[in-house]
Design a protein around this ligand. Structure first.
Ligand SMILES: [Zn+2]
Length: 393
């Protein structure tokens, strides 16, 4: 029978488990199951060890998986940071170009205004000269005192026009240079805009990759945590099973010691190895060995209350009295590796240390301890492990 445990037991202490081991008699069949015998406990321990090894391997691989996914996510994050830095630099350069463009446009506007002003002034001067007519110019020239003076005066008029024209030419040329510079800056800005678009796309792509790697990592971490929890659960149950095995051996050696003590002082209680039916006249079985974790067989029947319970073989009484769920009970050691237990009695006919013969009345049927009605709960143990009583009848 496989050992299963109730929730309360799993969370409980070794002490609780030990109590259950000591006193669990199961007078009626039910879903409650506990440690059956040392072989069940050892089988469960070995099963737990297998589970532990398997889970440890799984946990290791899940850890490696999570760590790999974490490294991948971090690498993606690093790439995102680099692209972001590149974007920051680009954005700063674009802003600087925007400022240069603004400055250039202001300079263009200034130069245009200056050209316009100078041109207006030149037009005014020429208009004035022409409106006053040749006469004024002529009289100015005629009033010249000499040819040199005349030449100087006509040179002045010519120079005035020439100076204005030169100024205008310079301004025009400046304007073209500034416009050319602004066009170049615009072209640079357009190129940076293209670069930025590319980086934006790359950043978007990396962000999607990051999201995906994050979600994969979270999944891997959840799996790892689950395996970790399972490892803890197995470790706890292993500790409990270990404690139960220790308890079982403590109980077993105590019983052996008691039996040896009795054997040293008495003679002839070695059993025959052949059992007689412990409940004369009653053969109705209400619960078989192993049913729902049952440790023995339950024998019942109409009018059974108070009837004789007899020793299944000769032996020495190693326990006679009250014991938890067994109620009033008798344990007999047959000195040949076998021992028998009789539980739920209404009264006892023997005391601890008594030597009993095969078929001797040892107790009377009752319903003490954990029992729902009068019956005999009968167990047969060999080398301390529970066995099916029907192996012997
Ligand atoms: Zn029973």
């Amino acid at each position: 029978m496989r050992l299963r445990k109730t929730k309360a037991l799993r969370g409980g202490t070794a002490f609780l488990l030990a109590l259950v081991l000591l006193f669990h008699a199961f007078p009626v069949c039910g879903p409650r199951v506990s440690a059956e015998s040392i072989s069940d406990l050892k089988a469960r321990l070995s099963e737990l060890e297998d589970m532990e090894a398997e889970n440890a391997e799984k946990l290791e691989s899940l850890r490696a998986d999570a760590s790999q996914k974490r490294a991948y996510r971090d690498a993606v994050k690093e790439k995102i940071d680099i692209v972001q830095q590149q974007l920051d630099v680009l954005i700063q350069r674009i802003r600087a170009l925007d400022e240069e463009i603004l400055e250039g446009e202001a300079a263009i506007a200034d130069t245009k205004a200056s050209i316009s002003d100078n041109f207006d002034r030149l037009k005014d001067r020429l208009r004035t000269m022409y409106m006053t007519g040749d006469a004024t110019t002529l009289s100015l020239l005629l009033k010249s005192t000499s040819l040199v003076d005349y030449r100087q005066k006509s040179e002045v008029v010519r120079a005035i026009a020439e100076h204005d024209t030169e100024l205008l030419d310079t301004l025009e040329s400046d304007l073209h240079s500034i416009e050319e510079a602004v066009r170049e800056i615009d072209a640079q800005k357009a190129q940076l805009g293209e670069d930025k678009k590319e980086l934006d796309a790359k950043s978007k792509e990396l962000s999607a990759l990051y999201e995906e790697s994050e979600s994969l990592l979270r999944e891997a971490e959840a799996n790892e945590a689950e395996a970790q929890a399972e490892a803890e659960r197995i470790a706890l149950e292993k500790a409990e099973t270990d404690a139960a095995i220790d308890q079982w051996y403590a109980e077993y050696y105590a019983a052996l010691e008691a039996a040896n003590k009795n054997a040293a002082g008495g003679v002839g209680y070695i059993g025959t190895g052949a059992f007689v039916w412990p409940m004369p006249g009653y053969t109705m079985i209400t619960c078989y060995f192993g049913e729902g974790g049952h440790r023995g067989i339950d024998i019942a029947g109409v009018g059974i209350y108070g009837k004789d319970i007899v020793a299944a073989d000769a032996g020495k009484v190693i326990y006679a009295g009250w014991m938890g769920t067994y109620g009033n009970c008798v344990f007999i050691d047959h000195g040949n590796g076998y021992s028998t237990r009789y539980a739920h009695a209404s009264a006892l006919a023997v005391s601890e240390g008594d030597e009993v013969q095969i078929g001797q009345t040892i107790a009377y049927v009752g319903s003490t301890g954990n029992s729902t009605g009068p019956h005999l709960h009968f167990e047969v143990l060999y080398s301390g492990s529970l066995t099916d009583p029907f192996n012997y009848f």
